[in-house]
Design a protein around this ligand. Structure first.
Ligand code: PLP
Length: 436
């Protein structure tokens, strides 16, 4: 979730009776300013974007390290061109197939390892995860999902009930009945360090107690604090889930599409092939596109059990945009850019950790990085207050960051993958000053 869009709840006040038209107008203005008070101490009013930068109403430029949605950069000319050209020719779904949908599904499928070659299009990551869960429930005839602690999988009711991030943060609304939670295999804080199979033993226990419909995970859990999963975890967890007859769903909404640098999809770095993969954010570069990618074997069980209708999904404009984004990623070798610029950025952050005691851990792959701030390296006590101040100080110098993790003490770095080494250097020096 984008913390910049977290609205501040208004202070509860006694409501006076409405007295006049002017009174109503004044109340409207107050409501509007409440809606506009974003989580920055000083809200930003962004009016334009270009590459890895955003521009505010006063013409100030900001390096955007927050926006993993705008994958190939804000207003990429190729995407803008494809969008307007398609809108001028055919811009809605009809009852019939259009050329764009078959071409886009074919091209998207080609980025996956076998046998993941069935594509169902949606309008968002949440829709994709909701559909994936329904698919798993239909295919297995079971209800429960196994999830990692602090996971976030989307903003629909079916996902809030299985997203520990949501019910931990929202207070009050606890987990739904159809979820079981496993500890995150966190090499920095977890009790078994980097020993993945030991954490996966908990998955096996849960599967034995209650065989799940699905195990759903991110390959770099973002809301848990940009964690790199302990080695061997996914392989062992997948084995346990499959032995129990459940499906393995990889949520690549945030971490996918070449961002990790070494692979197009983050699960590939763990040597596993999921039964279902869900996509969103970057594949549309800011436009509402999501997808479920699965195997013919799973799709067959699903297609006979349920039908899938979606008015907007796979519309011609979305498909044209999706194709343009794919073209940009491939032709401009942006995955390789995420690898080299990401490694350079991470080296810079690691060097900062030598100067700033408050940095407890620097982690992540490619251009999906996290810097965890602690008040003491030995006790690893989270330092959220410093993280907040660093975000504000960096913003004053034109660098946008966000925080995440259970204690909100992890600086998240997930810029468009067109970021240059010079921009990464600039961000590191700004962070250096902000940390001071
Ligand atoms: N899955 C993950 C891992 C996410 O981070 C998000 C959004 O933050 C979603 C799913 C939901 O995607 P959307 O907001 O596009 O519905």
């Amino acid at each position: 979730p984008n913390p910049n869009l977290v609205l501040r709840a208004p202070e509860p006040t006694a409501v006076d009776p409405v007295r006049s038209a002017a009174d109503i107008a004044a109340r409207r203005r107050t409501n509007l300013s409440t809606a506009l008070s974003l989580s920055y101490a000083e809200p930003l009013h962004i009016v334009a974007g270009e590459g890895a930068e955003l521009i505010d109403a006063d013409g100030r430029r900001y390096l955007d390290l927050v926006n993993n949605v705008c994958h190939v950069g804000h207003c990429h000319p190729r995407v803008v061109e494809a969008l307007s050209a398609q809108a001028a020719v055919l811009n809605t779904n009809t009852r019939y197939l259009h050329a764009g949908i078959t071409e886009y599904a074919r091209r998207l499928a080609a980025t996956f390892p076998d046998p993941l070659n069935v594509v169902l299009l949606t309008n968002s990551g949440s829709e994709a995860n909701d559909l994936a869960l329904r698919l798993a429930r239909t295919a297995t005839g079971r209800e429960h999902a196994l999830v990692l602690d602090w996971a976030y999988h989307g903003n629909l009711s079916s996902l809030i009930e299985i997203s520990p991030y949501k019910f931990n943060r929202a207070g009050g609304t606890g987990p739904g009945e159809r979820v079981r939670i496993c500890p995150v295999p966190d090499p920095y804080r977890g009790e078994f360090g980097g020993d993945g199979p030991r954490y996966a033993a908990e998955v096996a226990v849960q599967c034995a107690e209650l065989p799940p419909a699905a195990f759903i995970h991110e390959s770099i859990p973002g809301c848990a604090g940009q964690l790199e999963l302990a080695d061997g975890y996914l392989e062992a967890a997948y084995a346990a889930v499959r032995e129990a007859g459940g499906l393995c769903i990889a949520d690549e909404v945030q971490c996918g599409f070449g961002r990790v640098g070494t692979h197009m999809w983050a699960f590939e770095a763990h040597g596993v092939v999921p039964d279902v993969v869900t996509l969103g954010k970057p594949i549309g570069n800011g436009h509402p596109i999501g997808a479920v990618v699965t195997t013919p074997q799973v799709a067959r069980r699903f297609v006979t059990g349920m039908e899938y209708f979606n008015t907007f999904a796979g519309n011609p404009v979305s498909c044209a945009v999706g194709l343009a984004v794919l073209d940009a990623v491939e032709d401009e070798r942006l995955m390789a850019n995420a690898a080299t610029v990401g490694a350079h950025f991470k080296d810079g952050l690691t060097a900062l950790a030598e100067r700033h005691e408050v940095i407890g851990d620097v982690r992540g792959r490619g251009l999906f990085l996290g810097v965890e701030l602690v008040s003491d390296r030995r006790s690893k006590e989270p330092d959220a207050a410093t993280a907040r101040r660093v975000v504000e100080a960096a913003k004053r110098e034109g660098v946008l960051l966000s925080t995440d993790g259970p204690a909100d003490n992890v600086l998240k770095i997930k810029p468009p993958v067109v970021l240059t080494a010079d921009q990464a250097d600039r961000a590191v020096s700004v962070l250096d000053r902000a940390l001071r």
